[in-house]
Design a protein around this ligand. Structure first.
Ligand code: B1M
Length: 216
């Protein structure tokens, strides 16, 4: 058979979950859960994206791969190093209106939670109203928005404009992430129109670094 790491990556691409947990347990004897996610599972998801984008994979199979990815992350999560005492700061996290992609957002949740932040994860397809309501209700320090569709980058811009017009741009620094964004769009274009602080996180770890710098 294939070496373990390749086998795990194949499981994501093929959406094959039989024996997944056993392979993950074996992988954890050699590598940390986060390394397994970053070096192996995410590269499987990347392949899925490429196959789907080039028409070689149909949507139901993408969904299966996403389910296997989620199962794998759920299996690894309890084994991660954590300081989940909370108290370092609170972030409201959402996938924006019209967008269902949540694997990345949920990884950000895990990384921040495991590093002492309180995360209020309000889920997918969240309109700006719901995001701002949650931020107010939970007395958040930061708002985090995720989105993977090109359409979502436009929604994010509208959300920031809405925060401007409601006069709450200064209330919550905003962190944005997701595959359709890029640094220049956020740090040049969006930062230009937003009356508060907006930053771009390329991955969950940059999200953590941004939280650390905002909260100190
Ligand atoms: Co969809 N999808 N999808 N999809 N999907 C993409 C995004 C796409 C690029 C695939 C492609 O064509 N190559 C494409 C978008 C194209 C575009 O907009 N131009 C696409 C499409 C077209 C669609 C549909 C429209 C397909 C259809 O219905 N015809 C549809 C959209 C539905 C909707 O949202 N309304 C759709 C649906 C789906 C599934 C439901 C099948 C499934 C999602 C399941 C789920 O999430 N529960 C799915 C998947 C799995 C993907 C791909 C293959 C993988 C996404 C993923 O989970 N990656 C994706 C391909 C790609 O991204 N290139 C694709 C792994 C994840 C860990 O990465 O989310 O980027 P990511 O998160 C990273 C960073 O971006 C960052 O940290 C994470 C860890 O490093 N990050 C943050 C993310 N959010 C952050 C927030 C932060 C900080 C960092 O702070 C707030």
């Amino acid at each position: 058979g294939l070496p373990l790491a390749e086998r795990l990556e194949r499981r994501i691409v093929d959406g094959e979950r039989n024996g997944l947990e056993a392979d993950l347990d074996e992988a954890m004897t050699e590598r940390s859960p986060l390394d397994i996610i970053n070096d192996t599972l995410l590269s499987g998801m990347k392949t899925v994206g490429e196959l789907f984008g080039s028409g070689q994979m149909q949507l139901p199979f993408v969904l299966q791969s996403a389910e296997v990815m989620k199962t794998a992350v759920a299996h690894l999560e309890p084994h991660m190093d954590k300081d989940d005492s909370g108290g370092k700061g609170r972030i409201v996290l959402a996938t924006v209106k019209g967008d269902v992609h949540d694997i990345g957002k949920n990884l950000v949740d895990i990384i921040l939670t495991n590093n002492g932040y309180d995360v209020v994860n309000i889920g997918i397809k969240q309109p700006i109203n719901a995001i701002l309501d949650a931020a107010g209700e939970h007395d958040a320090d930061v708002i985090g928005m995720s989105g993977l569709l090109v359409k979502s980058t436009v929604i994010m811009k509208e959300n920031l404009e809405e925060m401007n017009s409601r006069g709450v741009a200064q209330t919550w620094p905003v962190v944005l992430g997701g595959a359709a964004l890029n640094r220049a769009y956020v740090e040049d274009d969006l930062a230009d129109i937003f009356e508060g602080e907006v930053s771009y996180a390329r991955d969950a770890f940059e999200g953590l670094r941004l939280m650390d710098s905002i909260m100190t």
